[in-house]
Write a protein that binds this ligand. Structure first.
Ligand SMILES: C[S@@+](CC[C@H](N)C(=O)[O-])C[C@H]1O[C@@H](n2cnc3c(N)ncnc32)[C@H](O)[C@@H]1O
Length: 291
């Protein structure tokens, strides 16, 4: 993945005429800032994602790990009630708070293995417009590695904490066969848990019966556990079939880091700068099918 990712990030996010070394210096500062945000507060503001250099830093640090995160969950569902969904020739994903959409890479890998022909991804995100510069990168990775025949990523601007859905978002949710919520609930539980619950409920109610709902968040923040429990309660109240619920932070799913850090960017993550490339990927996970 990094063979495609690194040059694409450098090309997309460097300033005109900026040498790669200078760009990576800026990216290193942004990466440290991202990590500091996540470490110091559960309620991380989503505003930093509007900054191009922070999106670039997010792509290099997280895109690979978060792809594996959903990939592991999907693999676990092989042979379950979810399998027929992944084998649909044309598949539609609604990625709630999708950001750069690592969700799409993981889903595309299984979908293409199952003979899938077309994957449409709708990223429902407060910063959909800003993240749109990352989707050509995500799509190029999908075409290269899983070798998926046709993927299209589009955005729908939305605010999960606002009390209504636009007709456009409602339509995209209705058409989706897979709905994901990855690495976002902690930010929102910390801001306003009641509004989050209403926002999640509205979106679950817009989905069609048979939709596969997948959620995963880091185990290290209590807000993640609270957000996933909220989602599980909403699913249970709607008589969804729960396929997997690993929500106990003391017994997280531990995911192995399977990436070697490429030499071209290794120096920006060196200990010398109190930085590390490896991230903890202990996760809480949830999978259900709506009835
Ligand atoms: C940590 S990123 C996760 C992105 C992606 N799901 C992943 O796993 O890499 C959190 C995402 O939530 C989005 N977000 C934050 N607050 C939001 C809100 N109130 N409504 C919708 N999206 C929001 C951000 O723009 C960002 O894309």
């Amino acid at each position: 993945m990094y063979e495609q990712l690194i040059p694409a990030v450098v090309d997309t996010f460097s300033l005109p005429g900026e040498p790669e070394h200078d760009f990576l210096l800026r990216l290193r500062a942004a990466d440290i800032c991202l990590r500091r945000n996540y470490a110091t507060s559960a309620a991380v503001s989503s505003e930093p994602y509007a900054e191009p250099i922070l999106r670039a830093a997010y792509l290099l640090r997280y895109l690979g790990h978060y792809t594996l995160q959903l990939g592991d969950l999907l693999k676990e569902l092989e042979g379950s009630a979810a399998a027929h969904v992944l084998a649909l020739p044309e598949l539609r994903l609604a990625a709630l708070c999708g950001g750069p959409c690592p969700e799409a890479i993981a889903l595309a890998a299984l979908h293409s293995q199952a003979g899938g022909r077309r994957l449409q991804v709708d990223a429902l995100d407060r910063h959909a417009e800003a993240w749109s510069d990352c989707w050509p990168i995500t799509s190029a990775i999908i075409r290269h590695y899983p070798g998926h025949p046709e993927v299209r990523i589009e955005g729908v601007g939305t605010d999960l904490l606002k009390p209504s859905l636009t007709p456009q978002e409602h339509r995209r949710l209705q058409m989706a066969q897979v709905f994901t919520s990855m690495n976002c609930l902690n930010e929102l539980v910390g801001v306003d848990a009641d509004s989050l619950q209403r926002g999640l409920a509205m979106r679950l109610d817009a989905l069609s019966p048979g939709t596969l709902v997948l959620a995963s968040d880091l185990a290290g923040y209590s807000d993640c556990a609270q957000g996933l429990q909220m989602l599980l309660d909403l699913l249970t109240a709607r008589q969804a079939t729960v396929l997997l619920a690993e929500l106990d932070p003391s017994r997280p799913h531990e995911m192995e880091n399977r990436f070697e850090i490429p030499e071209r960017i290794a120096w920006i993550y060196s200990g010398e700068y109190e930085n590390r490339f490896r991230i903890f990927v202990r996760q809480l996970r949830l999978a259900a099918v709506l009835n």
